[in-house]
Design a binder for this molecule. Sequence first.
Ligand SMILES: Cc1cc2nc3c(=O)[nH]c(=O)nc-3n(C[C@H](O)[C@H](O)[C@H](O)COP(=O)(O)OP(=O)(O)OC[C@H]3O[C@@H](n4cnc5c(N)ncnc54)[C@H](O)[C@@H]3O)c2cc1C
Length: 100
Amino acid sequence: MQTVYDLIIVGGGPGGIGAVVEAKELGLEKVLLIEKTENHSHTIRKFYKDKKRVDKDWQGQAVELEGNVGFEDGTKESTLNYFDQLLDDESIDSKLNFRT
Ligand SMILES: Cc1cc2nc3c(=O)[nH]c(=O)nc-3n(C[C@H](O)[C@H](O)[C@H](O)COP(=O)(O)OP(=O)(O)OC[C@H]3O[C@@H](n4cnc5c(N)ncnc54)[C@H](O)[C@@H]3O)c2cc1C
């Protein structure tokens, strides 16, 4: 059966994940995250070394997050786990290996 989405976000990095989770929490029911690789957060998986420290305020830029999706300092692994958890908790539909 065909699904009609209220919102489709292209790119499953931190920006896309934050946007799609925020949209769901704000009440959009049918949201979809499209990612061209086999899993979300390709930049993090590819370029961060294992156990790399991930800072919320990075390269001297202090970030004040608004909305419902928070972010804390962590490591590569804890960051990926956090994103997995966000997507699971909100039951976000995703389409992987799909390039727009
Ligand atoms: C080595 C390194 C260390 C870093 N350390 C930190 C840090 O400590 N703290 C910090 O805040 N930031 C850090 N950054 C920066 C941070 O990783 C980026 O700011 C962040 O990943 C940007 O998120 P994004 O969602 O905009 O883009 P990306 O993370 O690049 O995500 C984009 C996603 O979209 C997918 N995509 C692209 N095109 C398409 C398409 N046509 N169709 C479908 N999917 C597509 C990609 O595969 C990818 O998964 C670091 C970056 C690097 C390289």
